[in-house]
Design a protein around this ligand. Structure first.
Ligand code: ADP
Length: 508
């Protein structure tokens, strides 16, 4: 025998013996009833409020209560509990009235054999009703959240019956087109009327083509709302075929993308403005440096003539100022050359003339020209390998090295020493310039080769510079297939190194 099934029963009955009879009948039918007997409306109401019940058995009439009154109580409380009338005597009319009022069955006390079957049927049906209710609630919940999602995303969905042209729109579709939800019954023509007149032909053609070729469509078009407002939407549609592969419906979505489009347009305008400003800057850079070059070159020429004349005439009071003038003019010249290079890099490339040369000889020449001693420094050149053949523009490599050496001089501290090393490392020719000067703060080191970079610790007086040299140097070295890097500690000095790929000397 199976375990008895627990059953919570509310028994509306004034007779205790009859109640026990019912309970025994339930037990015999395989239930383990836990029950309460009530025989007044107050007690019944309290019992219904106090707990959940699986079943209500009610006598038809009692001195203080009746089955119809109990039924009304149950209904008022919005409960759905199987309600069976068990009565000694009930007329046909009363029985029908009770059933109409919502009782699920009625059973004569002298025919209790039917009770158990009726109960199990009613319990099953109550279970079905409960499940349906849950499913319904679940459905309304997900419909509500779908509607909320559509409202938030300004995304509606629709479908069209191809045979009739009738459509079904979600609430958001109406709102996107400027109407109140479900304001009218839409058709394909109503939809076309919502499309901006200038885009209508395009939309109609796209939908037709999609139908003809049986491919989905995805278009952007304008919508003209009844109040005259224009919106931009993205419309998508897809065919639904029947089991004989004939198109029956189109299902689709429409999304209002006006705000996104506006933002995109603003971004594009801004980008165009920035590009224009950059172009103007480059034009200016290029023009200005070209214009500056000519007068500076002639000033330099005249300064040299004056210097030579002063040397010949041994006018010592003129020599010093002319020397200083020469140096400043050279500085100006370098600055202009750097500006020109940067403007070339921004608009295209620095021209390179690639030929094989020995890196060591460039290092020696640059050191020779740098007049380190004249600037009160000592330089140690440590040539660790003979002949480092590379392929490149030796003038440009010279420019890089000159820049590194000038920086080492400019930023050397109290210890007026510079070490230059050149050596072979595998397939690379490596040159490094070391100073013991101010160094570069660690957090700034990754930006050292950026355009306009100036160290936070670089003094501004007498150290003038625009932060162009290293930016140009990196570009030159990288275009040679090499790399450039630094090791530095603030207050202790820096080592700038670059490496270029070596070649076989006879390869050219
Ligand atoms: P400039 O020296 O004309 O400003 P660079 O591009 O050659 O331009 O150098 C950029 C910055 O890097 C310098 O302003 C300086 O702050 C830092 N720097 C470069 N070389 C050194 C160095 N050897 N020691 C310390 N700081 C340096």
């Amino acid at each position: 025998m199976n375990e008895p099934l627990p059953l919570r029963v509310l028994i509306v009955e004034d007779s205790e013996p009859d109640t026990l009879l019912l309970v025994r009948e339930l037990q015999r039918g395989g239930y383990a009833p836990s029950y309460r007997r009530v025989d007044t409306p107050e007690a019944a109401s309290a019992a219904l409020d106090g707990q959940e019940w699986d079943l209500i058995l009610a006598d038809h009439s009692m001195p203080h209560f009746s089955a119809p009154a109990a039924l009304e109580l149950v209904r008022d409380k919005g409960l759905d509990v199987p309600f069976i009338i068990v009565s000694g005597k009930i007329g046909e009319e009363d029985a029908v009235a009770a059933m109409r009022a919502g009782a699920h069955d009625y059973i004569m006390k002298d025919n209790l054999a039917r009770l158990v079957a009726a109960i199990s049927r009613e319990l099953r049906e109550a279970e079905v009703r409960r499940e349906r209710r849950w499913a319904q609630e679940e459905l309304s919940r997900s419909e509500a959240s779908l509607a909320a999602a559509q409202r938030i995303a300004h995304l509606g969905n629709w479908e069209q019956d191809l045979a009739t042209g009738e459509e079904r729109w979600s609430d958001e579709v109406y709102r996107i087109y400027g109407y109140a939800p479900q304001q009218f019954r839409p058709t394909y023509e109503t939809f076309l009327n919502c499309v901006h007149p200038e885009d209508r032909e395009y939309v109609r053609r796209t939908v037709d083509e999609s139908l003809r070729n049986r491919i989905p469509y995805n278009i952007e078009h304008r919508v003209l709302r009844p109040d005259g407002a224009e919106r931009i939407v993205q419309g998508q549609g897809e065919l639904v075929l029947d089991d004989r592969n004939a198109p029956v419906r189109i299902v689709g979505t429409v999304q209002d993308i006006t705000e996104r489009k506006k933002a995109e347009q603003q971004r594009e305008e801004l980008l165009a403005e920035v590009e224009h400003a950059l172009e103007l800057r480059n034009q200016f850079l290029s023009l200005a440096s070209h214009e500056l070059k000519t007068p500076v070159t002639s000033i330099k020429g005249f300064a040299q003539i004056l210097y030579q004349r002063a040397t010949r005439q041994q006018s010592s009071d003129m020599l010093r100022p002319l020397q200083l003038m020469n140096r400043q003019v050279e500085r100006l010249e370098r600055l202009i050359a750097d500006l020109l290079d940067v403007s070339r890099m921004e608009t295209g490339q620095i021209p390179l003339e690639m030929l094989p040369f020995d890196l060591n000889s460039v290092v020696e020449e640059v050191i020779g020209e740098a007049a380190i001693a004249a600037r009160g420094l000592t330089l140690d050149y440590d040539k660790q390998s003979e002949l480092l053949w590379v392929r490149g523009d030796s003038e440009r490599i010279r420019q890089v090295l000159t820049n590194l050496l000038n920086n080492a001089v400019k930023y050397s501290g109290a210890r007026r020493e510079i070490t230059v090393v050149s050596r072979r490392e595998g397939d690379w020719g490596l040159v490094s310039v070391r100073d013991y000067g101010i160094g570069i703060p660690r957090e700034q080191q990754p930006e050292v080769f950026d355009l306009y970079f100036r160290g936070a610790n670089a003094p501004t007086d007498n150290y003038g510079g625009l932060g162009l040299g290293l930016y140009i140097s990196r570009n030159i070295i990288e275009r040679h297939g090499g790399s450039i890097w630094l090791e530095s500690e603030e207050g202790k000095g820096s080592t700038f190194s670059f490496a270029l790929p070596l070649i076989e000397p006879e390869s050219d």
